[in-house]
Ligand binder design. Structure first.
Ligand SMILES: [Zn+2]
Length: 158
């Protein structure tokens, strides 16, 4: 029979040792046998074969691995894939959240900078106005002093 061997490791299964009957839980090697030639009345289904070593009597033997062991393996792979997907989704969500947060913060920063810029303009304009007023008041004082003929400070308490 023409066969294709797919080696896989870490497969958990339950088989009985043909020598002493002890339960062997882990295959040393495990592979899928897929018959390439078809039988007349249909397809020969794939089956899995494991190489086992009995922990009790140390004998090694091959055994066909039942489909439940494969489904356990498949389920483990599925659980792992789901965990990886969860982590990936979590990261994607975190990244999206952070991107949105950064974008919102940048917008807020921009608007705050604009507000500061506007307030600075208002303050500069206020300062300019005050400077002009002070200059005007000094000129008024100078003119009044000249009018009164005083150069020293006036004693206001008089
Ligand atoms: Zn044994």
């Amino acid at each position: 029979m023409d066969t294709r061997f797919v080696y896989e490791s870490g497969v958990y299964t339950l088989v009985d040792c043909p020598n002493c009957g002890a339960t062997v839980t882990t295959a040393v090697k495990c592979w899928t046998v897929a018959p390439a030639k078809q039988v007349e009345d249909g397809v020969i289904p794939e089956f899995r074969v494991g190489l086992f070593k009995c922990p009790e009597c140390q004998s090694t033997f091959r055994s066909r691995v039942n489909s439940t062991s494969q489904s356990v393996e498949t389920r483990n792979v599925k659980i792992l894939a789901e965990k990886v997907k969860d982590i990936h989704d979590g990261l994607t969500q975190t990244l999206r959240f952070l991107r949105e947060k950064i974008s919102a913060l940048e917008t807020e920063r921009q608007s705050l900078l604009m507000e500061i810029e506007q307030l600075k303009k208002v303050a500069e304009s206020r300062a300019n106005t005050l400077e002009i007023e002070i200059k005007q008041l000094r000129e008024d004082i100078k003119a009044l002093k000249e009018l009164l003929g005083v150069n020293e400070k006036i004693n206001w308490s008089l």
